[in-house]
Design a protein around this ligand. Structure first.
Ligand code: ZN
Ligand code: ZN
Length: 454
C-alpha cells in the first residue's frame, strides 16, 4: 500500500472492560491498560506521526462472510468481539483509502485461534479479527493478494484453517514449536490445500529462541517469500508472547527484537493477538511496534531488566535448517504434494478433529473441496460438536463459495444448500457466497431462513 512518510500511523485502543474469560484469567483488560498508560505518559498520542481512531462495530454480515457460527453469529459473539473486528476493518479502510500509512489495532478479545467453523471459544478466541478484516477488503475494496505474518508465540491455527484453500492469501506463522506449546500444531509439513499449496508456511522455533535467530528467519525466509508473493496488503497478527518474561511462552524475544521485526516487515496493519506479561513486556513491545510503524526512533525502548540473550549454537543451527528446508519447499511451491487417498472423484476430502480448550468442545469435521479447473473450488463442511458433559449439539452443513468462484461451483453449492434444507438431515444449513457477498442460514426445526448481504 501507499507508504508516503508524511501520513500518520493509525491506532485504535480497545481494552474491552466488559469481556473476560474470568477475573484472574491471563487474557484480561489490564493487558491494554498498562500499554495505554505508557503511551500517554510518553506523549506518543500527541505526535503528528500518530493518529488515534475510535473503534466501530463489525456487522454480523462481516462475521458471517468469514465464519460459520453455530447456530448464529449472535450466539458466539458479544459487542466486544464486534468492536475488536470492527477496529481492524476501520483501520484497514483508512489505509486503503490513503488516510494513514499503516495502523495498529490494539484490541481484545484476540482472534487467531478461531477457525472457519465456530462452536465456541478456542485459545481465548471466538472470531478471527484479521480474517474478517481481510475478507472485508477482498469483497468490498478489490484487494486480491494478502499476506498474513503471525508473530504470536502460539501457532495461528485458526487463521491457517480459514485460508488453507485460498491461493491468494499467504499465511506465514512463526511460533514456539508445537511439541512444547498450545495448540500443538504449526509444523513445516502443514503447507495448505491442493489449490493453495505452500501458501501456508509454518516456522516452528525451539524454546529459547532469541532476537538473533528471529531476525535471521525474517531476513532469510519471510522477506524473500513476501518479495516473491507480492501481496497487495500485509497483515501482522501481532502477538507479544514471544517476550522473555511472558508467562505462557518460553522464548527470549525483547521489545527491541519486536520493533526491529516490525521495521523490516513493514506491515500495512498490525492487529494485537496474545501477550500476557502485562506489566513487564506489553507496554514496551507495543510501544516499540508503534514507533517502528511510525518511522520513529525506538532505540530507547528497553525493559527495566533488559539484557541481550545468547543462543546455543545447537539452537541457531536448528533454526537455520528449518529456514533452508522451507526455502526449498517454497522454491517448489507449484509442485503439489497431496496424498491420493485424500482425493475422492472430483473432490479433495479431509477429516478433522478440533478441540476447543476454553469451552471443552470436541468438533468433528468432514471437509470437501471441489477440485475445479476454473476456480479455487467451493468447500463443503459437515460439522458436529460435542460439548463437555455429553451434550451433543451443533450439527451443521456449511457451504462456502470463494470470491472468484466459477458459475458451475456457485450453482452446485446453491443446489446442495436447497437439497440439504429439504432433506432435514442437518439442524442447520449455511451458504456463504463470497462471490455474491450473500450469506444464507437455515434452521431446519423451525423451517426458518435468514439472509444477510453486503
Ligand atoms: Zn499467543
Ligand atoms: Zn469452480
Amino acid at each position: 500500500m501507499s507508504n508516503a512518510s508524511e501520513k500518520p500511523t493509525g491506532l485504535i485502543f480497545f481494552p474491552a472492560f466488559d469481556w473476560a474469560i474470568s477475573p484472574t484469567h491471563p487474557e484480561r483488560e489490564e493487558r491494554l491498560l498498562y500499554t495505554r498508560d505508557q503511551i500517554f505518559e510518553e506523549g506518543i498520542m500527541d505526535l503528528p506521526q500518530v493518529s488515534e481512531y475510535a473503534p466501530v462495530l463489525a456487522t454480523t454480515h462481516d462475521i458471517a462472510m468469514t465464519h460459520f457460527c453455530v447456530p448464529r453469529v449472535e450466539d458466539q459473539t458479544t459487542e466486544a468481539h464486534l468492536i475488536a473486528a470492527g477496529a481492524a476493518i476501520l483501520l484497514a479502510d483508512e489505509i486503503v483509502s490513503g488516510q494513514i500509512k499503516n495502523g495498529f489495532a490494539l484490541v481484545r478479545p484476540p482472534g487467531h485461534h478461531s477457525m472457519r467453523v465456530v462452536h465456541g471459544n478456542r485459545g481465548f478466541c471466538n472470531i478471527n479479527n484479521e480474517a474478517i478484516m481481510i475478507n472485508y477488503l477482498r469483497r468490498r475494496k478489490g484487494i486480491k493478494r494478502v499476506a498474513i505474518v503471525d508473530t504470536d508465540v502460539h501457532h495461528g491455527d485458526g487463521t491457517q484453517d480459514i485460508f488453507w484453500h485460498d491461493p491468494d492469501v499467504l499465511f506465514i506463522s512463526f511460533h514456539q514449536d508445537g511439541r512444547t506449546l498450545y495448540p500443538g500444531t504449526g509444523f513445516t509439513d502443514e503447507l495448505g490445500g491442493p489449490r493453495a499449496y505452500a501458501r501456508t508456511i509454518n516456522i516452528p522455533l525451539p524454546p529459547g529462541t532469541t532476537d538473533e535467530s528471529l531476525l535471521y528467519v525474517v531476513d532469510n525466509l519471510i522477506l524473500p517469500v513476501l518479495n516473491d508473493f507480492k501481496p497487495d496488503f500485509i497483515v501482522n497478527s501481532a502477538g507479544q508472547d514471544n517476550h522473555y518474561t511472558d508467562p505462557l511462552g518460553s522464548m527470549r524475544i525483547t521489545a527491541q527484537g519486536y520493533a526491529r521485526l516490525t521495521e523490516k516487515l513493514r506491515p500495512d496493519l498490525a492487529v494485537l493477538e496474545g501477550g500476557y506479561a502485562i506489566e513487564t513486556a506489553l507496554p514496551y513491545v507495543n510501544m516499540g511496534i508503534i514507533l517502528a510503524l511510525a518511522g520513529l526512533d525506538y532505540s530507547a525502548v528497553l525493559e527495566p531488566d533488559y539484557q541481550r540473550f545468547k543462543e546455543s549454537s545447537d539452537l541457531t543451527g536448528e533454526v537455520r535448517r528449518i529456514v533452508e528446508k522451507l526455502l526449498q519447499r517454497w522454491a517448489k511451491r507449484d509442485q503439489v504434494s497431496i496424498s491420493q487417498s485424500d482425493i475422492s472423484g472430483n473432490y479433495f476430502q479431509h477429516m478433522k478433529r478440533i478441540y476447543y480448550d476454553t469451552d471443552n468442545i470436541q468438533e468433528n469435521q468432514l471437509e470437501k473441496l471441489r477440485l475445479c479447473d476454473n476456480c479455487p473450488g467451493y468447500l463443503s463442511i459437515e460439522t458436529k460438536a460435542t460439548h463437555g458433559y455429553g451434550h451433543t449439539g451443533g450439527k451443521a452443513l456449511c457451504l462456502s463459495v470463494p470470491i472468484d468462484a466459477c458459475p458451475s461451483c456457485r450453482t452446485e453449492a446453491a443446489d446442495l444448500y436447497e437439497k440439504a434444507k429439504k432433506a432435514r438431515q442437518y439442524p442447520y444449513v449455511y451458504l456463504q457466497d463470497k462471490s455474491a457477498d450473500v450469506f444464507l442460514g437455515y434452521n431446519t426445526a423451525k423451517g426458518e431462513e435468514w439472509r444477510s448481504e453486503g
